[in-house]
Design a protein around this ligand. Structure first.
Ligand code: HEM
Length: 554
């Protein structure tokens, strides 16, 4: 029976269409009015302060995030100044700015909003990977990491011999290093990005574009499925960088397919494994059910590792390089004195455990991680079954000390957010909090040595059950690169700083076993080494030429 047969006789199908055409617009208007009234007055979040437009529609965030772009992170700082420690950032999400609340907000049992993976499944997947990233595993793999760091330093020396007039944007060599290390770690496969003429800048560019598009997909998810369906050639013509990102993903899938085929055809012995690797273990794990060992699923894990473990560490190393060169007479000098005393012979390997005990180096590493932020976007969590209670801490209220007293009094209350509310916090707001880190924009490793309990405010790796899995690996890379580089490289004045030609008039003592001198290129400023745009991971302002450095080998 068709729909028209069910209709009363006086309603023909054309008059039904007519009726619908007349009824739909007013129904839509009524529905929109209802949604607006609900969001503004009836929603359980209606009493949370914040701009009415943000409570009404997500297009508010879209404007700052996509149109401007990447500015919503700064807008939330402004909104907190205006509305207090708890604000509504969109119709269904509340954002909190209180450094003392961070670890309470990321406890066990909450779910991530960005990842759609349910809590229990996430726990299973994480448990299959976690031992690869333990302190002990990372220390055991020090030779593997160090081999790549040595290759990078050799490459930089080579550049300093042949191309001393050509500065390098340091994000590229560091990104190549991270890419090589994670490939070794994951597949026991040497990618040799460090030795490549451009440091495989195509991969860095592709990964960068991948995260930038990620922001857009977050707002308009259908775009992702549409792009993935486009013919590869057409995609490459409209966005070469995004298609380069997809080819990186494809190459991960084919590596995993190859390993899987060898393992399943009893040709496992053909796999030349110098050390245990992540993907061989995942594919043969007894703890994972077969559905978790399919190639697309494992390839997905590989993509996350390459993305998470590449640009983040490269950015942290780039920031460290800028500040150490910029503060060569103070911070760098102290670091070098410590390294020269602790590492008498630069050609010998120093165990990670020894490097981790060097107080000034440790402080430089923490300060670099603080300023590098990890994820620059807010981290959002939902506690499905529990109400979330929030009362601003003393440290949080101190940030409002210049506001009128009666305004601050209003902030001193307990907010109860119903179960299922999306709640977010941003590591940037904690790293930049002047109460916790006075002169927060400055690179001042000393702050970690002054006896204050600051470690709990180092939030760059997240916290709780979804905190960064690669944290120990990231620390190891940082210790090894900084120690090995600054034990043997010296720093000269920034080119153009005094109007002199590069290298003119500098007579400095050379440290023992020094191999060359680095100098910031003309025009490089702190803006090139701080977040100007939030693409999930921080990026400098649009148009930045990066932290460019001249290298001159002795
Ligand atoms: C400077 C270096 C790094 C920083 C600052 C960083 C930061 C972060 C942050 C903020 C998260 C999200 C935490 C959350 O949602 O609570 C994360 C997750 C993650 N990171 Fe890192 N990361 C770094 C390096 C690495 C490296 C080298 C790897 C390993 C290859 C890695 C692997 C991961 C993984 C697998 C996750 C997802 C964890 C999960 O969902 O259980 N990260 N990282």
């Amino acid at each position: 029976m068709t729909l028209t047969e069910l209709l009363p006789e006086y309603l023909t199908s054309s008059s039904l269409t007519h009726l619908l055409l007349i009824a739909i617009p007013p129904l839509l208007v009524l529905y929109t009015i209802y949604v607006a009234i609900y969001r503004l007055y009836l929603s359980p979040l209606a009493s949370i302060p914040g701009p009415r437009l943000a409570a009404l529609t997500q297009w508010y965030e879209f404007y700052y995030d996509i149109i401007l772009p990447g500015q919503f992170v700064f807008k939330t700082v402004e909104l907190h100044k205006k509305y207090g420690p708890i604000i509504r950032v969109n119709p269904w999400e509340v954002h909190i700015s209180d450094p003392d609340f961070y670890r309470e907000f990321l406890p066990a049992g909450t779910s991530s909003v960005v990842s759609t993976v349910p809590h229990e499944l996430h726990k299973l997947r994480r448990s299959a990977l976690v031992h690869f990233f333990s302190t002990a595993s990372v220390r055991n793999l020090q030779p593997v990491i160090e081999d790549r760091v040595d290759a990078l330093l050799a490459r930089l020396r080579e550049h300093g011999k042949r191309k001393k007039q050509t500065p390098i944007d340091m994000l590229h060599p560091f990104s190549a290093l991270a890419y090589d290390i994670i490939n070794e770690y994951a597949f026991a496969k040497a990618e040799h990005a460090v030795e490549h003429p451009t440091f495989r800048s195509d991969i860095t560019g592709g990964l960068n574009t991948g995260v930038q598009y990620g922001k857009l997909f977050q707002h308009i998810p259908i775009l992702l499925t549409t792009l993935e369906r486009l013919p590869p050639k057409f995609l490459a013509s409209i966005s070469p960088a995004y298609s380069s990102f997809l080819s990186t993903c494809e190459s991960i899938t084919s590596q995993i397919t190859e390993i899987s085929q060898k393992l399943h055809s009893n040709k496992g012995d053909d796999l030349d494994l110098s050390h245990p690797t992540i993907f061989h273990s995942l594919l043969t794990s007894d703890a994972l059910p077969p559905s978790e060992k399919t190639i697309p699923r494992i390839a997905d894990e590989g993509r996350v590792l390459i993305e998470a473990g590449g640009l983040t560490i490269a950015w942290a190393l780039t920031i460290a390089t800028f500040h150490l060169l910029h503060q060569r007479d103070t911070t760098l000098r102290k670091l070098q004195a410590e390294l020269r005393a602790a590492i008498p012979d630069a050609s010998e390997s120093t165990p990670l455990a020894t490097l981790e005990r060097l107080p000034y180096l440790k402080a430089v590493v923490k300060e670099s991680f603080r300023l590098s932020l990890g994820s620059s976007s807010r981290i959002t969590r939902v506690a499905p079954d529990e109400a979330l209670r929030f009362s601003p801490s003393d440290i949080c209220l101190q940030s409002y000390r210049d506001d009128p007293k009666e305004v601050v009094e209003k902030y001193k209350k307990e907010w109860v957010l119903p179960p299922g509310t999306e709640v977010s916090m941003t590591s940037y707001q904690i790293s930049a909090n002047e109460e916790v880190f006075p002169d927060a924009k400055a690179f001042r490793p000393e702050r970690w040595l002054e006896g204050k309990e600051l470690d709990r405010y180092l939030t760059s790796f997240g916290a709780g059950p979804r905190a960064c899995l690669g944290m120990q690996l990231a620390y190891a890379e940082m210790y090894l690169v900084l120690a090995k580089t600054w034990r043997v490289w010296e720093a000269g004045e920034q080119v153009g700083a005094t109007g002199e030609e590069k290298g003119a008039g500098e007579k400095e003592e050379r440290g023992s076993q020094a191999v060359g001198k680095m100098r910031l290129a003309e025009g490089v400023t702190q803006r090139d080494a701080e977040m100007g745009v939030d693409w999930f991971i921080p990026a400098p302002y649009i148009g930045s030429q990066g932290v460019r450095v001249y290298l001159e080998s002795y």
